[in-house]
Write a new protein. Sequence first.
Length: 318
Amino acid sequence: MSEHVVTPNLPAQAAGAAMLLEQQDPGTNVEATRRRQAARRRKGVRSLGFHLLLAALTIVVLYPAAWMVVSSLKPSSEIIGNVNLWSDSFSLTNYATAMSGIGGVSFWTFVANSTFLAVMSVIGVVISSAVAAYAFARIDFPGRGLFFAIMIGTLLLPFHVVIIPQYIMFNTLGLVNTFAPLLLPKFLAAEAFFVFLMVQFMRNLPRELDEAARIDGCGHVRIFRSIMLPLMRPAIITSSIFAFIWSWNDFLGPLLYLKKPDLYPLPIALRLYVDQTSVSDYGAQMAMAVLALLPVMLFFILFQRYIVEGVATQGLKG
């Protein structure tokens, strides 16, 4: 007959011993409870301090936006030199003035110009950057590494360095006072940031997809259109969001190349309300600034999840 060896239940014995000790020494249980309560209090104080700090930083960051919105409801006489948010004479007069336009140009003309520039910028950036990124990431050609390094090097080149040469070139071509200088670089893959973003995304896609497509007889055009573009959706949406916002908020480019008021986008139209030689309508300027900010905010709110998706996908390996 086999002997049965009884293995002691060590966890149960330890728990029983702890309960016995607590019964024998009630002060031990009380002291442990006090330590737990003190730890919870310390954690609560740290959490409260952290949230108060975040609230203070949020107030500091949002104060300029709040001041702009409140100022758009004030008379111009109460805007300059007044840091108080409250006023006794809130009205929508400034919005009515802004909507009526300025300099003989309708407000909706400025909106149409900004929308046209932003939409065409998105189209140009997506098409040109995706094609250039496919060439750098999937096609082996002589000097690919050198050309890619030169392209990345342009990110370190300040825009102000090339302002004068670009202006001379476009002026010689007779393109000043048109939208061409603002849109041509978008269609020529001159935005190195977007090319680099799509190259890094495309390098994470498995090359086995290309090889399988080539076995089926597909060329580069078919591979790019049918395989790469659908998989690059997060990178394309992210690039579109940034291109739209940057173009909508661009001030220096239109200021250099556009001279006619009927070609001005919203950022340049805001400047028309401030005239150092005559009366400046700061209230209408604030109202138009709020109206110009609304499309960007709505655009970002609707598509912000795609930015997170695009950034998160960069960490995935094929």
